[in-house]
Ligand binder design. Structure first.
Ligand SMILES: C[S@@+](CC[C@H](N)C(=O)[O-])C[C@H]1O[C@@H](n2cnc3c(N)ncnc32)[C@H](O)[C@@H]1O
Length: 272
């Protein structure tokens, strides 16, 4: 973004506080952030140096998961909640490269993502993309609006990458997932990534405390057991709940070398 940081009005977004969507874009090497986002992003990196690698591994996982779902699994509908700012290989680009008729609904509640949503509305002529400004705490509103584009009688991949960590109450997070999964038919999928202080992520405890005092929205990490709770009643695809960099890594790298473990769980599961 060309503007510098500083207070702005609600309609235009930035108010001098770092926002997750823009800081995530900063860590991914994008350009859609303000000075305050870069400053907070750098401070977090100082406390938790692996965060940039976490962001890149998360996006690479998205690419591999969507490639599998649009390819082998034959999924043609995607509900991507907590989309983030447009970057390379957004969900619709990955899916429509394989199946141009794919229909994708993006959901985020950050005003900056809304400002940039046009870059997500570049569907192939055979498919559709839509953008909904809505809050993950309100799955009914999301489902109602997504129903304009998606047919809930046919399988849908519900994607929640790096977003349930902003629903601080684990019971509420579980009930959001349950509501979304209940709305889609058998043969649908849940795709999820989530930060943890396991997998070598201990330093994230202090980094998240700094984040919660200086940025928005507030974040929490979860254990493997808590993440597993989101998949109850679903069939986890191999290799299960793992560091997202270890979820079928050979699909993108073509290499058999073990990638670096990042403290971010990733998993894909099918609704039986
Ligand atoms: C860490 S980024 C992840 C972006 C993308 N899913 C990815 O994996 O690269 C989290 C995104 O969730 C959005 N978000 C956070 N809380 C949200 C909420 N309650 N409702 C909707 N979106 C939210 C943020 O604005 C941000 O764009």
């Amino acid at each position: 973004m060309s503007e510098s940081s500083g207070p702005r009005d609600a309609e235009h977004g930035p108010t001098g506080v770092a926002h997750n969507a823009r800081v995530w874009n900063y860590w991914l090497g994008g350009k859609d952030y303000y000075d305050v986002d870069g400053q907070v992003g750098d401070h977090v990196t100082g406390m938790y140096p692996i965060i940039g690698e976490v962001a890149r591994a998360d996006r690479a996982f998205l690419g591999r998961a969507v490639t599998h779902l649009a390819g082998e699994a034959g999924i043609r509908q995607f509900l991507d909640i907590g989309t983030g700012l447009p970057t390379v290989d957004n969900t619709h680009e990955v899916a429509q490269r394989i199946a141009p008729e794919s229909r994708i609904v993006y959901v985020d509640n950050d005003p900056t993502v809304l400002l940039h949503a046009n870059a997500l509305l570049t569907s192939s002529p055979k498919g559709v993309t839509d953008y909904i400004e809505a809050d993950a705490h309100d799955p009914d509103t999301i489902l109602r609006a997504a129903g304009r584009t998606l047919d809930f009688d046919r399988p849908v991949a519900v994607m929640m990458l790096g977003i349930l960590n902003f629903v601080l109450d684990t019971e509420e997070a579980r009930s959001i997932v349950e509501r979304l999964v209940a709305a889609v038919p058998s043969g649908s999928y849940l795709v999820l990534t989530h930060p943890t202080v396991e997998l070598g992520g201990e330093a994230n405890t202090e980094a998240m405390r700094f984040w919660n005092e200086n940025a928005t929205p507030p974040i929490t990490a979860r254990t493997r057991a808590e993440v597993a709770g989101f998949f109850e009643a679903l069939e986890l695809l191999d290799p299960g709940i793992v560091s997202c960099s270890h979820w079928r890594p050979e699909a993108t790298s073509g290499s058999t070398d073990e990638p670096q473990v990042v403290p971010q769980f990733g998993a894909v599961a099918r609704k039986p």
